[in-house]
Design a protein around this ligand. Structure first.
Ligand code: ATP
Ligand code: MG
Length: 353
């Protein structure tokens, strides 16, 4: 079996540090490992419409923004196929067939759908398209025979739903679809990076993000304004590093080299945490260090982004070529699906009987 990666993002805003930690960094490493036969990275515009039907302009604008973020993080169109979901109509047809393999109760039980509906205050007016988006995500994954899906922790219920659909389809119509596996980042904090406000998840919709495209001034302002331990009022007070996003970001982004370069008083993060927990270390100093650490990741991304920002036509060309290539693959898989279901009426005479 071929090793195939499929993953993507909704073009509802620029990508942020949560995307980088949860998925983008991983993707670039997987891409450069050379161990995968095919890699598809999808800008999920059709999925974004499910909760933005009245604001398609936002989605259109952010397609370029997300593509710029991809390219500036090191996704390479020579190695990874970058595509736009709506340009692959085969995905709609697959979704339509898969909808018969899932019950309404099962969709309503999906924890991610529940959390995200609550976040959007849908209550009883949840759009049908939004409710079934886990089914369309199963179509996205299976349309490319994906074996590996690198995602953040919030996407696990989606993967489980996709796996169930694959098993039901194969049981009904014979072995046709490939069962995918989620690939989570190395640790829990990376899989769900908290927001700068201390909320559980950094998320475009919550406005608690540090964008990959933010200027050094914006990043500094956001870092200096970050939520920390509310009980750590005076420098001498003992502080909590566990639910403190400043330390969680350091867990994810800092290394010993950063200490050597910017803060040689401490050998590593353990020493810094111990001091903060004992008391006698102020938030401002830690935030200044965090800002330097984040800049080590963000500065090269920002530089690369400038290059592509000046060449939007080139970026759209990459997306167009990627979408054409991806469509060829999805069409071949759809053909297999139709054959398995017996929906090929005209190809061969005997298939009709
Ligand atoms: P939206 O608010 O529009 O849903 P989002 O910020 O949640 O946007 P998505 O496009 O839904 O971003 O998510 C894309 C990918 O990034 C998914 O794999 C998701 O798991 C991952 N991801 C998003 N936010 C985080 C986060 N804070 N920490 C880790 N991974 C994240
Ligand atoms: Mg999301």
């Amino acid at each position: 079996m071929r090793d195939v990666i499929l993953t993507g993002d909704r073009p509802t805003g620029r990508l942020h540090l949560g995307h980088y930690a949860g998925s983008l960094k991983n993707r670039v490493e997987l891409q450069n490992s050379g161990s995968y036969d095919e890699i598809y990275i999808m800008i999920a515009d059709s999925q974004a419409i499910t909760d933005n039907a009245d604001n398609i302009g936002k989605i259109r604008e952010n397609i370029l923004e997300v593509a710029l973020d991809y390219l500036s993080c090191g996704l390479d169109p020579e190695k990874s196929t970058l595509l736009i979901q709506s340009q692959i109509p085969e995905l709609c047809e697959l979704t339509f067939y898969y909808m018969n393999l899932v019950t309404l109760a099962r969709l309503q039980r999906n924890p991610t759908v529940k959390t995200e509906s609550a976040l959007r205050d849908f209550e009883n007016s949840i759009p049908v398209g939004f409710l079934v988006y886990p089914v369309s995500q199963a179509a996205d994954i299976t349309a490319f025979d994906a074996t590996i899906v690198p995602v953040g922790g919030d996407q696990l219920p989606m993967l489980e739903q996709a796996r169930e659909i694959v098993r039901s389809f194969n049981a009904l119509y014979g072995e046709t679809l490939v069962e995918p596996h989620a690939l989570l980042p190395k640790n829990e904090a990376m899989g769900r990076l908290p927001g700068t406000d201390g909320k559980a998840k950094m998320s475009k919709s919550l406005g608690n993000v540090i964008n990959l495209a933010d200027s050094p001034e914006e990043v500094k302002k956001k870092v200096m304004g970050m939520y920390t331990d509310p009980k750590h009022l005076r420098v001498e007070d003992p502080g909590n590093t566990k639910d403190n996003p400043v330390f969680i970001y350091l867990d994810v982004f800092s290394n010993e080299g950063h200490f050597e370069k910017y803060w040689p008083e401490y050998k590593n993060l353990e020493e810094l945490k111990a001091h903060y927990e004992r008391g006698g270390l102020g938030d401002v100093k830690v935030k200044r260090f965090l800002n330097q650490v984040l800049e080590e990741t963000l500065q090269p991304i920002r530089e690369k982004r400038k290059f592509y920002e000046a060449r939007p036509d080139e970026v759209y060309r990459i997306l167009q070529e990627g979408s054409i290539k991806a469509r060829r693959k999805a069409a071949a898989v759809l053909k297999r699906v139709r054959q398995a279901m017996g929906l090929e009426y005209f190809d061969q005479g005997e298939a009709r009987q």
